[in-house]
Design a protein around this ligand. Structure first.
Ligand SMILES: [Zn+2]
Length: 280
């Protein structure tokens, strides 16, 4: 039996930003009755996420996958991979299905990803690499019968990564998934929901008013709360490094937008997570 009140379905305590105090952060989260899913973004963070999940008896889960940004060399985020360290260089990683398939066998691995398409700072050539890596990951998810953790971001010129991800999952996917950090339109949301995909929201809903309508729009049984820690800390923790415990602020905001008691919202979110990610 699990005994927890909330779960952060998408965070990265496996990232370099937590190197100094990772175990403290995880322990205070679990002590407060909050579970977490650490999301992998390339080979190293996928492996370390699985190792973290194994280290704790319960409450810490993992996903394994290749983030679209890491299919290209250009991107380097210190919070994720540290200060230019030699073994944590920026990626240009080609998706290695064998490697991820093996990691995915672990019972604590609850999804494949984060995978998808990110057109925010890319060119045509890297988009093709992203497509190839994404389709390969959909196939691994199909094989291992685990859902997908999707990362989708439109181009600054308005190119719709949401539309392209929808096309790919319609033609390739035989499993469901969640669209993390959903920032698409209501029309995009409806198309994912119609396919049975859930949508998750971060701390941005605590300070960006434009999310209110979207959160209201997503049916109660199709929504999740997440932090995407170490990024985007919610109110009242703005300006700090984010951490999974702060998901409680996201849940509170969601409850207020949906006009529910916090405990009721938590129960709904736990049920949604258990259904999609088979948290046991
Ligand atoms: Zn993430």
């Amino acid at each position: 039996m699990n005994n927890y009140r909330a779960i952060d379905i998408h965070c990265h305590t496996n990232f370099a930003a937590f190197d100094e105090d990772r175990d403290e952060v995880i322990s205070r989260t679990l002590d407060a009755g909050v579970y977490m899913i650490n999301v992998g973004t390339q080979k190293d963070t996928s492996k370390s996420g699985v190792e973290l999940a194994q280290k704790y008896e319960k409450g810490v889960y993992a996903t394994v996958g290749l983030h679209p940004i890491h299919t290209d060399k250009s991107f380097h985020d210190e919070a994720e991979i540290g200060e230019g360290g030699s073994n944590f260089n920026s990626r240009d990683e080609v998706f290695d299905a064998e490697y991820y398939r093996e990691l995915a066998q672990d019972p604590k691995v609850v999804a494949i990803g984060e995978c998808g398409l990110d057109y925010f700072r890319t060119d045509k050539e890297s988009e093709q690499k992203q497509r190839d890596a994404f389709i390969a990951q959909v196939h691994v998810a199909n094989e291992v019968r685990k859902p997908m953790m999707l990362h989708v971001r439109n181009g600054q010129d308005g190119r719709s990564a949401y539309a392209d991800v929808l096309d790919i999952i319609k033609s390739e996917a035989t499993v469901l998934g969640n669209v993390h950090f959903f920032a698409g339109s209501k029309e995009d949301a409806k198309k994912f929901l119609d396919l049975g995909f859930t949508l998750s929201f971060t701390g941005v809903i605590t300070f960006a008013k434009e999310y209110k309508e979207l959160v209201e729009f997503v049916p109660d049984d199709m929504i999740h709360a997440e932090t995407d820690a170490p990024y985007v800390a919610p109110v009242p923790e703005r300006g700090k490094r984010n951490e999974p415990l702060f998901v409680t602020h996201v849940v509170e905001k969601m409850a207020s937008i949906k006009g529910k008691a916090v405990e009721d919202m938590q129960a709904i979110l736990r049920a949604n997570t258990e259904r999609l990610f088979k948290i046991v």
